[in-house]
Design a protein around this ligand. Sequence first.
Ligand SMILES: [Zn+2]
Length: 391
Amino acid sequence: MSLINIRRDVQDSFYRYKMPKLQSKFEGKGNGKKTVIPNMIEISQALSRPPSYPTKYFGTVLGAQVQIEEKNDRYIVNGAHEAAKLQDILDGFIEKFVLCGSCKSPETDLIIKDSIIIKNCMACGKRTDVDMRHRLSTYILKNPPPKNKKAGQHAAPDPTTGAGIIESRNGSDDDDEFANQLAEDAAKLNIADEDSDKWDIDADISEEAVARRQRALAGGFNGVDGNDEESDGPYDQLGDFISTGENLTDKEIFNKAKDLGLSKKHRALIVIVQCLFKEKDILSQITNHAQLLISFGNSEKHQKAILGSFEKLVSEIFPSLLPKTGHIFKALYENDIIEEDAFLAWNEKPSKKYTTRENSKKVHEAAARFIQWIREAEEEDSDEDSDEDSE
Ligand SMILES: [Zn+2]
């Protein structure tokens, strides 16, 4: 199966959202000619939409009749249409009915509210509108997305292709409800965000200044030993590299850490989280840098270091992110950076290692709803056979 980026305008082979390349098969003759899309199910799963939606979309764009035979898994467009052409048309469907209107993440669900279709983004928390004049919108209103999708239970993604990540968000009803609650929290927060430019009060707003400020606030890297007075240890060098670098790629950061002998050190993650992550669009940053965080290893120690660093990030460095803690943790979970067990262990044993006791308490409170959700998810999981690979 050949996988392509869901957003084909993104060239990056590390882009995490993949889908199978569309296949087409011709059947029939003359006026009865038709095009079968044998892998429509797989494509629609990757896009987290019912297979009837993209099929119907082809029909509306091509002005062709479609046949949707869900029982037989047959998705057919009348007439002969090359796979490449359908793939191009699919781009339009993805743009209009999948990608978040704000951050362009494909991690969205469709919600219907008062006869309006909304894309609810898991990555940035924003809700954006779908063009209600489009003929497919009418179809979606008549055939709303199924409520109860019991599909993937956080399927382990293939680390090389990223396939499977999308499936992991087809949760249960609880999951949807939880996502809705979080989105509501986020919606409130977004309004507040626009008003509060507290970082700009006395600041030069250059990226570099923000980064320096972030590091100064971080007060050194809690949890990193042997980093007291000396400021030229490998961890500081890594921190300086990230804070002062411009448009660094994850690869450049990882290579620097490697040169400094830190490529397997969980403490390097503390430096990375505190220096790399910015206040704005934190959720998409997590998705974008997931591969980097995972590259250092995923032992208990590694996960603890990441979680602790985020604890500091949302309580001390960017306190405005505190109400978003549930979202942030969910993003860490869905990008396979932190596993259930690590969250539960973190919840059981609050630590002062990364931030003050008071701050830690605030973060635990902010994360309570998420922890509850993860606990329920794990209970469900334990009924099933899970054999995830652990490296
Ligand atoms: Zn978004």
